[in-house]
Design a protein around this ligand. Structure first.
Ligand code: HEM
Length: 347
């Protein structure tokens, strides 16, 4: 789908719900089973990538999801509190280099950065002193719509099956009707930020921080701008150029060289006993303790971002001693989907 076709589709009519760069008819009717697909032997994470390709098209060399993005380099320094929670090498206080990729969600390489309802991503790769890597990924959705890779697949199959002339109830309307958690999570589209570095990204899945004494604490990550969130009103957002977020971070970091750095805090939301760790669509209560693990200082955009993003593979389960996956099966499933997308985009 071209960008202008996308924009045309976006403007269709009032009362639509824009999500992930596409437009869903808002009116829902009870019609369970939307997006269901016949069982076959294809692993569900591969089916999820197939569904993304069906929804957004295949764009050779690009990611099946979060296709449009920009690579930024910087460094991370942990707080003393981080070492109290985890023995991980990058959480002991010595600065480590990081590579960050900011992105627009969805698989459309021409999606406007300010597309209403389209969340953004922030992926961070920490380069550890022993030469290994560990990753943290976040998305600017405070409520995640689905609990499993299978539901994610069904969401995007429903997106793919919904056409501007689909009769009501459309496949996506049926999906929303049969998945009230997704309908609630996506009811309020995320606001358009003034900058990739002025919105909060949620890690969604739970991980375990393992201390020097072996104590395990379940957490969910957040990546939060040190200067606070700044969002645009709808009229201002609508006036922005298609690449305004990518251009903004390039300009800001170029002028920040030697001046004010752009910082994002890595925060852990600490679970309390009984908080569910295996369902990423269930938020923990907002009064849970937040601990600042450290600060990411963004220094410069990669000299050739398009070349830099190709070999980059962020994996939710790329962990290091001192951090473990929780019992959330989505973590492993996402790893499989990202590897599948990487393999397709590397050929
Ligand atoms: C069932 C759930 C999910 C599936 C199947 C899925 C699938 C994918 C795929 C296929 C990619 C492209 C990977 C690549 O080619 O390198 C991707 C990228 C991404 N996903 Fe997910 N995703 C899921 C959930 C999430 C969640 C919960 C988050 C937030 C924590 C997230 C954040 C991201 C980000 C930030 C990127 C871009 C990474 C980059 O810049 O390279 N995703 N996702």
């Amino acid at each position: 789908m071209t960008c202008s076709a996308w924009a045309g589709r976006f403007r269709v009519v009032a009362g639509v719900v824009p999500v992930f760069g596409l437009v869903f008819a808002g009116a829902v009717a009870l019609f369970p089973g939307a997006g269901a697909r016949a069982a076959d032997d294809t692993p569900v994470e591969v089916q999820a990538v197939d569904a993304l390709n069906q929804a957004f098209g295949v764009h050779p060399g690009l990611r099946a999801n979060h296709a449009k993005g920009v690579v930024v380099e910087g460094s991370f320094t942990a707080t003393p509190e981080a070492a109290g929670l985890s023995r991980a090498a990058h959480l002991q206080g010595r600065p480590v280099p990081v590579v960050v990729r900011f992105s627009d969600a969805g698989g459309l390489p021409g999606v406007p950065d300010g597309a209403p309802g389209n969340p953004h991503g922030m992926a961070v790769k920490f380069h550890l002193p022993d030469g290994s890597e560990t990753d943290v990924l976040g998305v600017s959705l405070s409520k995640f719509p689905v609990s499993s890779v299978a539901e994610f697949r069904d969401l995007f199959l429903a997106v793919a099956a919904t056409k501007p002339d689909s009769p009501q109830p459309t496949p996506i309307a049926r999906f929303m009707a049969s998945h009230p958690v997704a309908a609630r999570a996506l009811a309020v589209p995320p606001a358009v930020p003034a900058s990739f570095a002025s919105e909060t990204y949620y890690g969604v899945n739970a991980f375990l921080l393992v201390g020097k004494d072996g104590h395990k604490q379940a957490i969910r990550y957040r990546l939060v701008p040190a200067a606070g969130d700044v969002h645009l009103d709808d009229a201002t957002a609508a006036r922005q150029a298609p690449d305004f977020l990518i251009d903004e971070i390039k300009t800001r970091l170029a002028s920040a060289a030697g001046g004010a750095p752009v910082t994002m805090r890595l925060i852990a939301q600490l679970a309390e006993p009984g908080d569910p760790t295996a369902d990423p669509a269930v938020n923990w209560p907002e009064d849970r303790k937040l601990v600042v693990l450290g600060e990411i200082t963004l220094l410069h955009v990669a000299a050739d971002s398009a070349a830099a993003e190709k070999p980059l593979l962020f994996l939710p389960d790329q962990l290091t001693d001192g951090i473990e996956a929780s019992d959330d099966p989505m973590i492993d499933g996402r790893d499989g989907a990202y590897a599948e997308s990487f393999s397709r985009r590397s050929h």
